[in-house]
Ligand binder design. Structure first.
Ligand SMILES: C[S@@+](CC[C@H](N)C(=O)[O-])C[C@H]1O[C@@H](n2cnc3c(N)ncnc32)[C@H](O)[C@@H]1O
Length: 274
């Protein structure tokens, strides 16, 4: 487990990790997360360009270990990261300090927060939004975002485009994901198996992730539950929270969104701005 250090600010009333009962454990070892998902540089470049285009201050919700926010802050933007997991926050702070970059790190829950100010750009990157399962939670998150947007401000987020083929494969069988094998400096090569089922009523893929080395099977076993947001419901959910979809891209080069797209990259504005 990563060492935990105090965060800059703990939001009053922030729940003690309630939301993510099914994702907390997944993010409780931030260094393991960074090795498992080395990140997509095209996504980082896209979010950096959005911050430059928008100008001014940036808030990221579910900021993780700072993959997007630390480069954005190093470009000269005033940045705040709101994150639920103390381990992810501690790792983000460590990396920012190492790189000499200033970011305000806040422990909080994106379902409801009050930072007492507005931002020019709010980001929710890398499927973080999909940790909110109930429509009410998404609505309350979007309402909080709407309250934090400065005039002319934008919300930009990415979520995967649910594929019926992929959801149908979630049959509960444990399978090796070779593409996710990574090297841990202390443990050596780590293999990842995943067993998933799809709960169609909740629109949630419920998974168990198994991490093993050749020496030790199942050294870490953690649940991960991720919602699907289908293309037609996405603007409706935004609208419940006082936001409107301005543009939707299907990849990081801003190609139009189509049914084959793997990702929904969304740019949104406050509805009050017409
Ligand atoms: C897939 S990671 C993405 C991290 C980062 N945005 C990135 O691009 O690398 C999802 C992050 O969302 C955080 N998270 C999950 N639920 C949250 C909530 N309700 N409020 C704030 N953060 C949350 C997790 O702890 C985790 O750090």
């Amino acid at each position: 487990m990563a060492a935990q250090t105090p965060v800059d600010k703990e939001l009053e009333g922030a729940p003690d990790h309630g939301v993510g009962a099914m994702s907390d454990q997944f993010y409780s070892d931030a260094q393991l997360y960074d090795r498992l998902f080395p990140g997509d540089e095209r996504a980082v470049a896209f979010y950096r360009a959005e911050a430059d285009r928008q100008g001014g201050s940036v808030l990221e919700l579910g900021s993780g270990t700072g993959r997007k926010l630390i480069p954005i802050a190093s470009d000269g933007h005033e940045c705040t990261g709101l994150e639920l997991s103390p381990s992810m926050l501690a790792e983000a702070r460590r990396k920012a300090t190492e790189r000499g970059v200033e970011v305000a790190w806040v422990q909080g829950d994106m379902r409801d927060f009050d930072l007492g100010r507005t931002f020019d750009l709010v980001l929710i990157a890398a499927n973080s939004l999909l940790h909110l399962h109930a429509a009410e939670d998404l609505e309350s998150c979007f309402r909080a975002v709407s309250r934090h947007l400065a005039p002319g401000g934008r919300l930009v987020f990415d979520v995967f485009n649910p594929s019926v083929r992929m959801l149908a494969q979630a049959d509960g069988e444990r399978r090796r994901r070779d593409a996710l094998t990574f090297v841990d400096p202390e443990r050596g090569e780590v293999h990842v198996d995943v067993a998933e089922t799809y709960d169609a009523e909740a629109q949630v893929t419920r998974g168990t992730w198994f991490f093993s080395t050749d020496a030790e099977a199942d050294l870490v076993v953690v649940p991960l539950e991720i919602r699907s947001i289908f293309p037609q419901e996405l603007p409706l959910l935004l609208s419940l929270g006082g936001l409107r979809l301005v543009e939707r891209f299907g990849d990081w080069s801003r190609a139009p969104f189509t049914s084959e797209a793997q990702v929904q990259v969304c740019v949104c504005a406050a509805e009050r701005e017409g």
